[in-house]
Design a protein around this ligand. Structure first.
Ligand code: 6GU
Length: 227
């Protein structure tokens, strides 16, 4: 998979892809993440990418032409499955969408900034709009990092134990069960005995019940979609 990310502050996105699981996924060649500075396609000496809104009002609007030039340069090189604009008024990003996107070959993530992009970008140049939740970030970069992370870890071979993505919270619309490691007892706080029993069938049953109970208590809204 290849993910191209277009931003006015691409340096914001360097760190998430330089560590741990995402870094290894890139090193293994399972995904290529390419950052693009929209200013490279901007106007004049200041490489301007935004302008005042027609009709007045506060804030700046990202101009269509630098975005179109950047997208055209990318699209001349390969076919993209989705061109996703990150914006708080987009479709809510979920595990289901992460699963879907993890099957694609080429994705573009366009990060919104300021008051957002000229509406004609949304009408004509992108295929999808995504939000990561009901709150406002100062730009789409952190949202793009969230989307890219959630997608990349689902690519086969990225996680060392391939089954571990299958037992994530949300993967089957339930929260994950509790986990424990050594020591068996700490300050009198004990690990549930069943996990030490060696009875794999009983352990699986216990985990299932814990998942269900945890979801009932913390996220009863998820169970509506589950049954
Ligand atoms: Cl995608 N962008 C911004 N700026 N804020 C957000 C968001 C995106 N998703 C939730 N809040």
């Amino acid at each position: 998979m290849r993910i191209d990310i277009i931003s006015v502050v691409p340096s914001l996105l360097e760190s998430p892809f330089s560590h741990s699981i995402l870094k290894r996924a890139i090193q293994k060649g399972l995904v290529e993440v390419v950052l693009h500075n929209l200013h490279d396609y901007g106007f004049g000496g200041y490489k301007q990418v935004d302008d005042y809104p027609f009709g007045g009002g506060a804030g700046m609007v990202m101009m269509i032409e630098p975005i179109d030039r950047c997208l055209s340069a990318l699209k001349a090189e390969r076919n993209y499955d989705e061109i996703i604009y990150l914006t708080p008024d987009g479709e809510r990003f979920t595990q289901k969408i992460a699963n879907e996107l993890s099957l694609k070959n080429n994705l573009i993530l366009l990060c919104g900034h300021y008051k957002g992009v000229d509406e004609r970008v949304r009408e004509h140049l992108i295929t999808r709009e995504m939000s990561i939740g009901d709150y406002v970030l100062s730009g789409g970069e952190l949202a793009a990092a969230v989307v890219a992370d959630a997608v990349i870890r689902l690519i086969p071979g990225v996680l060392s134990d391939e089954t571990s993505a299958l037992t994530d919270s949300f993967q089957d619309n339930l929260l994950a069960p509790p986990v424990y490691t050594r020591p068996e007892e700490y300050k009198g706080w004990k690990v549930p005995e069943i996990l030490l029993s060696g009875n794999h069938k009983a352990i699986e049953e216990w985990r299932w019940e814990q998942s269900l109970e945890r979801t009932r208590q913390k996220r009863p809204d998820l169970l509506k979609n589950f049954w």
